[in-house]
Write a protein that binds this ligand. Structure first.
Ligand SMILES: [Zn+2]
Length: 234
């Protein structure tokens, strides 16, 4: 194979290699959780915290109501037991009993409110969890396709690397240097295929003499007068 053909082969390998590298980068970005999924996860956590707080309030109300019931029973016992006879003391006991009963009514009403809130949040949470599960499922299935693609691309990446190394070895150091330098200067394209009499890279018509010199394939050094890339006839 002529050196120019080898260089053109190398350029094809480099082009594919670059595409593989770019796609691998895109996959890495795409594998980050979507904002929608992150938001759904945060919402579930917020509702869970809310629910826990209301549940604790409901439990507290229940315990407080129980302890008030005990104090009410004790006060009633003292009031009705007959040991206390002093009218002022009896009056005070009655007032204390009334107060305790009012307090218990308030606490119980707070307990009912908390319980209603717990029920409401429980329903809300189960809905939010269903949404989260759906989004997670969607994301995971999307991701498994990406993981599959990534595995294939990584394999291709390594194969291209080997191909590049062996092609570079047959070209030798001087030509490789020329190829790399030109490639760097010419936006990644060092070799331009000649299409009839037109440069395949810059699409400018080349002089007939240049075109036929490139066709003779004896000289690897025929460049497009317009863009400076090496002309290749396949
Ligand atoms: Zn050109």
């Amino acid at each position: 194979m002529a050196d120019i053909a080898k260089m053109y082969e190398l350029q094809k390998i480099d082009g594919t290699w670059e595409r593989v590298r770019r796609r691998l980068g895109q996959i890495k970005t795409a594998m980050v959780e979507s904002e929608e999924l992150q938001a759904a996860r945060q919402q579930v956590a917020a509702t869970e915290a809310d629910l826990q707080s209301w549940h604790a309030q409901q439990k507290n109300a229940e315990l407080e109501s129980q302890s008030l019931a005990e104090r009410i029973a004790t006060t009633e016992q003292r009031l009705m037991g007959g040991q206390v006879r002093n009218p002022k003391e009896l009056e005070a006991l009655q007032a204390s009993l009334d107060g305790l009963q009012r307090l218990r009514a308030t606490v119980e009403s707070q307990g009912v409110e908390a319980l209603l809130k717990v029920e409401e949040l429980t329903a809300q949470l189960s809905q939010e969890q269903a949404t989260l599960k759906m989004l997670e499922g969607k994301w995971t299935s999307g991701q498994s396709t990406l993981i599959e693609e990534e595995t294939k691309l990584k394999r291709a990446y390594m194969q291209l690397k080997k191909q590049r190394e062996s092609t570079a070895a047959t070209l030798g150091e001087t030509l490789m240097k020329r190829y790399e330098t030109l490639r760097q200067r010419k936006g990644g394209v060092a070799i331009a295929p000649l299409q009839n009499t037109t440069c395949g890279a810059c699409h400018v018509q080349v002089p007939t003499g240049v075109a036929s010199a490139a066709r003779s394939q004896e000289n690897d050094n025929i460049v497009c007068p317009s863009c400076g890339r090496i002309l290749y006839v396949g």
